[in-house]
Write a protein that binds this ligand. Sequence first.
Ligand code: T4K
Length: 377
Amino acid sequence: MIEKTVDYLDERILVTRSSMPPFEEYMEEIRPLWETRWLTNSGAKHRELEAALCAYLGVSHTALCVNGHQALECILETFDLKGEVITTPFTFVSTTNAIVRKGLTPVFCDINERDFTIDVDKLEALVTEKTCAIMPVHVYGNLCDDAAIRRIADKYGLKVIYDAAHAFGVKKNGVGAASLGDASMLSFHATKVFHTVEGGAAVFHTQEDYETCNRCKSFGMIGPEELAFAGGNAKMNEFCAAMGLCNLRHIDESIASRRAAAMRYRERLEGVVGIQLSVEQEGVESNYAYFPIVVHPEQCGHTRDEVLQALDAQNIGARRYFFPLTSSVESFGGAYPAENTPIADKISQRVLCLPLYEGLSVETADRICDIIISLVR
Ligand code: T4K
């Protein structure tokens, strides 16, 4: 029985698989830590990775954090916001939780059906005198309509804070996603395109915001014995920064490998009746973070969960990113009915993310497509 379980795990294709640098490269990267014994609190690796990321992403200030979620909380603290934040419920719980945990009120806007980002046509109607910020999500690495969001934000004097957890390295017409908005959060979790095991970053445009964020992630301290405010602890350690330095050297080949698998999925699944693919956004260089499909049962005769089960029966672990809507958690007590965000509700009931990671072979992508196509045709 135990052996069978081990076999099952060995063979199973999971929704993603962490990229790893060559073992020796990481060993070399961490070797100096045995000499300096400087393991955290903005050490040499931390400073080196911040500079390398600024260069790679084309941004001026990157504050590394212990994870993406804490980076999001640090951004909200940095801007010292009060009131309502307009966001979407079609995301990982972290986005909504950060808003709530910082004492702010989420206001949920619907998404659009093409790329699953915030529906800018429904956004302005949600602005009230209490609104202080908009927190849209570049979901699956699809970029939000920044120009439209910026217009609304400027009209009402709102901050724009992007949850760019999925958008590492994505560019539109040559401009990096992380440079959009007043600030962006990146996640460097083990499951992400670029990772530092656990980690994340808060990206800003000004030195002042960067320094405030550095205090937020280090107890609110401005010197060894001087406290500005009651901050938390969200610093990235040197071992994680070292992993980031290694992974960054291989990021372009890693994205190219993901691209090959994603292109195969697209080639095979495009035009299959009842299977909707996310649009390829014009002018956008994707990072191929996820490969979502939307299953329309009235067209293909099968539900998303039937497709999930068919894949599971063949040891393929697709995932329902994102289900349920973050607005539906019990602690909100039904304050945000799904009918208020009908497209987000519909997509959440129908979406499935197929396995996608560096090294996923075209043969495996084909196997996955065969299962889906033979079920729905
Ligand atoms: N905003 C958005 C839009 C996000 O998607 C996320 C995170 C955040 C904010 C917050 O950022 P962080 O604070 O996490 O930096 C995963 C991740 O834990 C989470 O980071 C991610 N989003 C979310 C979408 O997915 P789970 O519960 O699905 O993870 P898990 O453990 O089931 O792993 C999924 C698959 O990944 C496994 O089947 C195998 C593979 N895997 C997993 C781990 C932990 C690996 O290959 N290596 C690993 O170390 O949440």
